[in-house]
Design a protein around this ligand. Structure first.
Ligand code: 1CP
Length: 347
C-alpha cells in the first residue's frame, strides 16, 4: 500500500499534495451531530467503538481526504487516571477530581492502557477494518504538558494560573506528573499502532504558552521521550510521527530536532520560512488559517494556491489547517478546500 499522506511525511514524491483537516469529524457536519445525539453525549460517542468508527468515516465518505483520524479526545488519558471527565454543554471539558493538591499528583496512578483505555484501541481496530486500506489512519494523543494543563486547571483555562504556578513553585511535582503522562502516552500510542494506526500525531495545543526554556523543559523534553519510546516500525510499515505545538513557531528548530518525521504548523508562520529553517530535516504539515473557511469559495481557492506556492519542491508537505475546523463552517467550503488542494498540486 502506498499512501500520499505517509509518503509526504517520509519526504517521498507524491502524486499530489495530500490533505486532511484537524477536527475533520466534528460538529460542522450534520451527520456527526446526528450520531452524537444517538450516542447521548460526546464522551459516550468516544467510548463506543462502532459509533466512533461511524463518525471517523463520515468525512472520508463525504470528501476526497487523504487520511482518517481516530475519533476520540486527548482527555481520555486523564479520565482513565481517575479524574472523572465530563463535558457540560457549551462549556468544554471538565474534571470532577482535578489535581488540586501535591498529594493528588504523587498518588496519581498510571492506567493500564489494555484495560481502562481498551475502548480506544478497539475503536482503532474497528476503524482500520472499515477503512479497508482506502486511506491511512492517524492515531493521536495530547502532549504531557497539554494534558497537565487540563488536569491541574480542572478543565479549559483562560490564564493557566494554576498549572503555571505549579510549574514555577513545584517543578519537581510538575516533572513527576509529566513523566507519568509520558510513560502512559507511550503505551497508549503503541496500543494504537498495534491495533492498526498507520501514523501518530502529538497535539501540544498549549505549549505556546511557555517561554523558551520552560517549553524545552516541560513540554518538548517529554514529547521527545515519547518519540523515542514508540514503535516507529510495525509489521514492516514505517509509522511516521508528527508534532504540533500551537504557537510554537519560535522553536521550530528544536521541535524538528526531537526525532519526529513531521512538524505541524499553525498559521502564524510562512511555510517557506519554516521550510528554510527546518524543511530539509522533517516534513511540514499545514497551515491555512481555519477562518479562511468563512470566506467565499473563490477566496478559499486563492488562499490554497498561496500556501501551495509557498512550499518549495514536491516532497514533504501535508496540507492542513493551522488548527481545528470550527463548528459553524459550511461543509461545502470544506469540499472546496479539499478539491482545490488536489487540483492545484497535481504533479
Ligand atoms: O460537542 C462535541 O461534539 C465535542 C467537540 C469535540 C470533538 C469533535 C471535542 C471536545 N473533541 C472532539 C474530537 C477531537 N478532539 C479529535 C478528533 C479527531 C478529529 O480531528 O477529527 C481530536 C484530534 C481532538 C483533540 C483535542 N481535544 C485537542 C487537541 C487539538 C486541538 O484542537 O487543539 C484538545 C485541546 C482537546 C480538548 C477538547 N475536547 C473537546 C473540546 C471542545 C476541547 C477543547 C477545549 C479547550 O478549548 O480547552
Amino acid at each position: 500500500m502506498s499512501f500520499d499522506y505517509i509518503n509526504a511525511l517520509l519526504k517521498k514524491i507524491t502524486s499530489r499534495t495530500p490533505i486532511w483537516v484537524m477536527r475533520q469529524a466534528g460538529r460542522y457536519l450534520p451527520e456527526y451531530r446526528a450520531t452524537r445525539k444517538q450516542a447521548g453525549d460526546f464522551l459516550s460517542l468516544c467510548k463506543n467503538p462502532e459509533l466512533a468508527c461511524e463518525v471517523t468515516m463520515q468525512p472520508i465518505d463525504r470528501f476526497d481526504l487523504d487520511a482518517a483520524i481516530l475519533f476520540s479526545d486527548i482527555l481520555t488519558i486523564p479520565d482513565a487516571m481517575g479524574l472523572g471527565l465530563y463535558f457540560s454543554e457549551g462549556e468544554g471539558p471538565k474534571f470532577s477530581n482535578p489535581l488540586n493538591t501535591l498529594a493528588s499528583i504523587k498518588q496519581l496512578k498510571k492506567p493500564n492502557v489494555g484495560n481502562e483505555l481498551s475502548y480506544v484501541t478497539d475503536a482503532v481496530s474497528v476503524i482500520t477494518k472499515a477503512l479497508n486500506n482506502k486511506v491511512p489512519l492517524i492515531g493521536f494523543t495530547g502532549s504531557p504538558w497539554t494534558l497537565a494543563t487540563y488536569m491541574v486547571e480542572g478543565g479549559s483555562s483562560k490564564n493557566f494560573a494554576k498549572v503555571k504556578g505549579l510549574m514555577y513553585e513545584n517543578p519537581a511535582h510538575m516533572h513527576q506528573l509529566l513523566d507519568k503522562l509520558a510513560d502512559t502516552i507511550i503505551d497508549y500510542l503503541n496500543g494504537q499502532i498495534q491495533s492498526g494506526a498507520d501514523s501518530v500525531m502529538i497535539f501540544d495545543t498549549w505549549g505556546g504558552l511557555l517561554n523558551k526554556q520552560s517549553y524545552e523543559d516541560f513540554s518538548l523534553q517529554y514529547m521527545t521521550k515519547i518519540v523515542d519510546g514508540i514503535k516507529r516500525e510495525f509489521h514492516g510499515k514505517i509509522i511516521p510521527v508528527t508534532l504540533f505545538t500551537k504557537g510554537g513557531a519560535m522553536w521550530l528548530e528544536q521541535i524538528a530536532n526531537s526525532g519526529c518525521d513531521g512538524v505541524a504548523l499553525d498559521w502564524t508562520v510562512e511555510l517557506n520560512d519554516a521550510q528554510q529553517r527546518i524543511g530539509a530535516k522533517v516534513a511540514l504539515q499545514g497551515n491555512l488559517d481555519p477562518c479562511v473557511l468563512y470566506a467565499s469559495p473563490e477566496k478559499i481557492r486563492e488562499e490554497v494556491k498561496k500556501i501551495l506556492s509557498q512550499f518549495q519542491g514536491d516532497t514533504g508537505h501535508v496540507f492542513n489547517l493551522g488548527h481545528g475546523i470550527s463548528p459553524d463552517v459550511n461543509p461545502e467550503h470544506m469540499k472546496v478546500l479539499v478539491d482545490a488542494v488536489h487540483e492545484f498540486s497535481k504533479r
